[in-house]
Design a protein around this ligand. Structure first.
Ligand code: NZQ
Ligand code: ZN
Length: 389
């Protein structure tokens, strides 16, 4: 087992009809009672969630900032920062999925930042958020785990960029996770959520044997749960038991637990982010496109864990190498069974130079040795992307 250190200070309030706890939890972090509520393009209003939150916060000075896009945009978020400063808010409440939550994480850091906050995202020397406003979450989409972690991904479409940020300042103080929101989700978003949670687990599991028996079995438990519930929750999103298992699995997949004492990969995500930046493909779909091809490219480095996964999660039997190969096929078929295409060319006709572009971006960022063994070099990146087309 590898050494590790872990802390997760986010209070999760899980279950239905819990929002009456909101004023009490907020008061702890917001003595002035000046709160900004941030949300996306209208779903939170449509499902009646915003009106419930307004009702709970009637004794607070509430300012609202809506319109945060899927793949939250730097320029939009800076407008939110201006509003938050003008209104001297002391706390931000994110009401939404990963995009709104990530957008709010960025806003809480940019709120106090004196220079151009984009410099922080591109990691310009000495440019960091060293203080942030406190924030909380009302989750509307189980997928990213952003409600229980300190990472965020921010896009800037005019530059075709999507950049990650994070750090201990960016854990939510609390997150309300009510599975009944799943009932209102379009099938596309439920499928995305299942795949994102599934791939978060795999990024921390399909590496090399770690000797961390507990963590590996926890990962297998999440994968098995998602496989079991996936077709049912797509068919019946109003089923509370299914929805709550989806939501709790997604939170667990990226709350910092699975990475304890094990190697992690994350290269599928890094390539996937470039696909979203270049083609605006939904985050989860980029992962479904990349992961099977990355595994084929890295087969020798990952075959032991692929075989373990094939046996324990997909109940495959036979020779180890055959099981490992079949596990890749099963994974891709699982993504496809959720209605998700796994070829880049199904999403865009303009893929001629994509492999060189992604390679060049990795090189510019110094990402020249990726994956759990630092074995994925620039030639591999180019080869993997070529295989996705
Ligand atoms: O904008 P609204 O109208 O709210 O509609 C949203 C959006 O169009 C809709 N939606 C959300 N809740 C709904 C709903 N529609 C009906 N009923 C509801 N209850 O769903 C659409 C997608 O929302 P979004 O927040 O973009 O989805 P998701 O949660 O999948 O977040 C994706 C973003 O998170 C980042 C991704 O890169 C992407 O930008 N990620 C964040 C991570 C993190 N912070 O840990 C890790 C992930 O790997 C990922 O990179
Ligand atoms: Zn993800």
């Amino acid at each position: 087992m590898l050494n590790f250190e872990v802390v997760n200070p986010t209070r999760i309030v899980f279950g239905r009809d819990q929002l009456n706890r909101l004023p009490e939890l907020l008061s702890e972090f917001c003595p002035s009672k000046r709160v900004l509520i941030a949300y996306g393009g209208g779903s939170a209003e449509k499902i009646g969630l915003l009106s419930k939150i307004r009702e709970q916060l009637k004794d607070f000075h509430v300012v609202e900032f809506g319109g945060i896009e899927a793949n939250p945009q730097f320029t939009t978020l800076m407008k939110g920062v201006e509003l938050a400063r003008k209104e001297s808010v002391e706390f931000i409440l994110a009401v939404g999925g990963g995009s709104v939550i990530d957008g709010v994480k960025f806003m809480t850091g940019a709120f106090h930042y004196q220079g151009d906050a984009w410099d922080v995202l591109i990691r310009k020397e000495n440019c960091v958020f060293d203080v942030a406003l406190p924030f909380g979450v009302v989750l509307t989409l189980p997928a990213t785990g952003s409600e229980a972690n300190s990472g965020a991904v921010i896009s800037r479409d005019e530059l075709s960029e999507k950049r990650a940020m994070g750090g201990p300042l960016f854990f939510p103080k609390f997150s309300f996770c009510d599975p009944t929101v799943v009932a209102s989700l379009p099938k596309r978003q439920i499928a995305n959520g299942i795949i994102d949670a599934f791939v978060h687990t795999l990024e921390q599991y399909i590496t090399y044997p770690s000797g961390n028996i507990l963590q590996e079995r926890q990962a297998e438990a999440i994968l098995s749960t998602l496989i079991e519930i996936a077709p049912k929750v797509l068919e019946n999103p109003g089923d509370y038991t299914l929805a709550s298992n989806l939501m709790w699995s997604a939170t667990h997949a990226l709350n910092g637990n699975l990475r304890c004492g094990v190697p992690t990969d994350w290269c599928t995500h890094m390539i996937g982010h470039e696909f979203t930046a270049l083609y605006h493909i939904d985050h989860a779909r980029t992962l479904a496109i990349v992961m099977p091809r990355l595994w084929e490219n890295q087969f020798d480095n990952k075959k032991e864990k692929l075989a373990q996964y094939g046996k324990r999660v997909w109940n495959l039997s036979g020779a180890e190498v055959e099981i490992a190969r079949e596990a890749i096929v099963k994974t891709e078929e699982f993504f496809q069974s959720l209605g998700v295409d796994t070829k880049l060319s199904s999403y865009s006709g303009d893929t001629d130079h994509v492999a060189e572009i992604v390679r060049q971006r990795f090189e510019e960022r110094g990402w020249i040795a990726m994956g759990e063994r630092q074995a994925i070099g620039l030639n591999d990146i180019e080869a993997i992307v070529n295989q996705t087309i």
